[in-house]
Each structure stands twice: as structure tokens, then as C-alpha cells.
Write a new protein. Structure first.
Length: 382
């Protein structure tokens, strides 16, 4: 009888099976639910050992990722980039895969994580890029033979939801929120199309020329732990001059006479630049007020909406096209490229068409038609 080769696999007292492999003079245990699983793990580890890989170390992805960040990323490069890595790790990668051992993470595991974040193509790229760098270093450390990120793909994100407010909704917003703390900021975005982060960075003397009816957009805002910090606009086109109407210039001038004294047009509670927490709280209270108003006016239910700064911006963008402003001029005012402007407007127009069809469908919904036999009689000539 030929001599049996391979590891000695024995039942484990707690169920399943086990065997051992010698690494640097020490025995390491291998466990599995079946003898076949144990044998496959043994063969894989023996191959890696023979190829010179460090199979004595197999940390969890969480432990290795933290070490990777501290060694290669912490304190290096732009703060925003470091924050991107921290967010990708703490919010997405570690909760999903952190407990797995570094050699146990598969291509399918990573693709599943990307699938679950398909709502944002940008976020998928950040997660994939972070994981690729982590596993590249794991390969360099001779912990793994193959980078499991290879073979994964970013999933196509669904089209973003873009909408603008109807004239009825704008009337309701002005009626309900005109005395609310958020109204000057919201009303100004509606009349200029600025991003909210650009609006709260506006400074009275530097950025306003109300006699010339111009607002200069020079800076934007980012938030670090909810604290505001100035930064350049989102793109180079974000630096721009926005023409405003005479009526809005007059309104803004009157607002500034009553507003708290500050360097900023829309200051925070302490007179400095508004922070993220204060901004979100103002928006939440405004939406609570709108919700109560709709509850008290059920006949207006079809117009129910929430206040979103981006929707105010899209409403202004749509108004530019409706007024016949050409694409190049509209793009310059909005701080966009012409292609992005066209994409936004086309999407909103499609939404309008859907709502128009729905209104036409309901136009004769209450009409009672004659039975067929009566219609036939009515068609006969006398």
C-alpha cells in the first residue's frame, strides 16, 4: 500500500477538523468545517510558504488598514485627502470587511461593497482606490499573493434626482418662511443660483456691488468637524460675477440694514462665518414649519415639499432657460460647463413632461361617458 502523503487531518473536539503546518519552527493550526476545507487551506498556505510569503502573520483587515493609514497617509498630503481616506475606512470599509483576515478578503467581497455604494460613483472610486492601496502594501509585505481589488468594477450610479420648485411651491415658501431665520439665505440662492457653501462665504464689502447689481463669487466653504473653513470654489468656473435684478438688489440692501453687523452677508449666530451644525438646524426647523403648514392646509397637499438648497439653485437655473438666456451665459452665471448645464436642464424638463402628462390624464378623470349603445344612437342622423 503506498504511503499516504499530505497533512494529518483529525476531528476537532469542538466540531469540524484541524491540522498543523510548521512556520519558522512553530506549529500553526488550521481549522475547517470539513476535511476538504482544511486540506485546501493547508495547500494554499504551504504554497505561499514555499514562495517566501509571510504566512505567519494574517491580521484582520481593520488592523492592517489602520497600520497602513498611520504609516503611509497620516500627516501626509492635503488634509482633505486624509479625511477622504478616514471616511472611506471608518464609514464603509471597516464596518463591511474589517473583521475578515487579510488573506480571506475576496474579489467578490469587495465587489459587493462597491455594489452597496452604487448611489455614488465618486464614493465607489474612493473606496476602491483606498482598498487597492491597502492590498498593494499587503502584497509588498508578502502577506498575500494576489490583490483582490483587481477584477472589481465601479457600478454605474443611477441618474441623480434633480427637481425645481413650481410657482405654487415658491409662493408657499415665501408665505411660510418669510420671517424665518433661513429666509434671507434661501431667498438669495433662489435669486442668484449660488451654492449654499458659496453664499455663506460672501463678504459684504468685498463681494457685493449692489449699485452695479453684481455679486462677486470668490470663495466657497468646506466644513471640518462642522467648523467652516474657506476654500476656492468647486471649479475654476466657480469664480464668477452674478448679475442680479434691481428688485433683488433693493431687497438685499434693506436686508443688510436689519441684519446683524458682520463681515459676512449671512453670518452665524456669533457674527462669524456660519457653521454646518447651525446651517442644518436652520434647515430642519424650516422644514418642520413647512410640514406643519401643509398639515394645517390639506387642500394644498399636492404642493407639499421640503426646503433643499440645491433645488433652489436648480430652480434658478431653469428660470434662466425659460427666460431665453443662452447656454453659454447661463453656464457662466451658474459656474458650470455648458454640457453640465444642458444635462441639468434636460433632466428637469423630462420631469416637467411627466407631471404634464399626469395632469392631462386627470383632466377628464371625472367625466362620465355615455354607454356604447347610447353613443351609437346619438350618432344617427334624424
Amino acid at each position: 500500500m503506498p504511503k499516504k502523503t499530505g497533512p494529518k487531518i483529525t476531528p476537532h473536539s469542538r466540531g469540524g477538523f484541524r491540522t498543523t503546518i510548521t512556520i519558522n519552527g512553530e506549529q500553526k493550526h488550521i481549522y475547517g468545517k470539513t476535511e476538504k476545507e482544511v486540506l485546501e487551506k493547508y495547500i494554499k498556505l504551504k504554497y505561499l510558504k514555499d514562495q517566501g510569503y509571510n504566512i505567519g502573520e494574517n491580521p484582520t483587515l481593520r488592523d492592517y488598514a489602520v497600520r497602513w493609514f498611520n504609516v503611509f497617509k497620516k500627516g501626509k498630503g492635503a488634509i482633505k485627502t486624509q479625511e477622504m481616506y478616514v471616511n472611506a475606512l471608518n464609514v464603509h470599509i471597516i464596518p463591511a470587511l474589517g473583521r475578515k483576515r487579510i488573506r480571506e478578503v475576496t474579489t467578490s467581497d469587495i465587489q459587493q461593497l462597491l455594489n452597496e455604494t452604487a448611489s455614488s460613483k465618486s464614493l465607489q472610486h474612493k473606496i476602491r482606490m483606498t482598498l487597492k492601496q491597502i492590498f498593494d502594501k499587503a502584497q509588498a509585505d508578502r502577506l498575500i499573493a494576489f490583490n483582490p481589488v483587481v477584477g472589481t468594477n465601479v457600478v454605474k450610479a443611477p441618474d441623480p434626482v434633480r427637481f425645481c420648485y413650481s410657482p405654487e411651491q415658491l409662493d408657499i415658501m415665501i408665505k411660510v418662511l418669510q420671517n424665518d431665520k433661513i429666509f434671507p439665505l434661501a431667498f438669495s440662492i433662489l435669486n442668484t443660483g449660488m451654492r449654499v457653501t458659496e453664499a455663506i462665504a460672501l463678504m459684504r464689502k468685498r463681494d457685493l456691488e449692489l449699485d452695479k447689481k453684481i455679486i462677486h463669487v470668490r470663495e466657497s466653504t468646506e466644513f471640518v468637524n462642522s467648523k467652516p473653513r474657506k476654500k476656492p470654489p468647486k471649479t475654476k468656473r466657480g469664480v464668477r460675477d452674478i448679475p442680479i435684478s434691481s428688485a433683488f438688489a433693493d431687497w438685499l440692501e434693506e436686508y443688510l440694514k436689519r441684519a446683524p453687523k458682520s463681515l459676512y452677508v449671512f453670518p452665524g449666530h456669533d457674527g462669524g462665518q456660519m457653521g454646518q451644525t447651525e446651517l442644518k438646524n436652520m434647515q430642519r426647523r424650516a422644514n418642520d414649519k413647512l410640514s406643519r403648514w401643509f398639515d394645517e392646509n390639506p387642500d394644498q397637499e399636492e404642493h407639499r415639499f421640503k426646503l433643499h438648497f440645491r433645488a433652489l439653485r436648480h430652480t434658478y437655473c431653469t428660470e434662466l432657460f425659460d427666460l431665453g438666456v443662452d447656454e453659454v451665459s447661463a453656464a457662466a452665471i451658474m459656474g458650470h460647463t455648458v454640457s453640465i448645464m444642458r444635462e441639468i436642464y434636460t433632466h428637469i424638463q423630462k420631469e416637467r413632461q411627466v407631471k404634464t402628462v399626469q395632469k392631462i390624464e386627470s383632466l377628464y378623470s371625472n367625466v362620465v361617458f355615455l354607454p356604447k349603445e347610447n353613443r351609437d344612437k346619438s350618432n344617427k342622423t334624424v
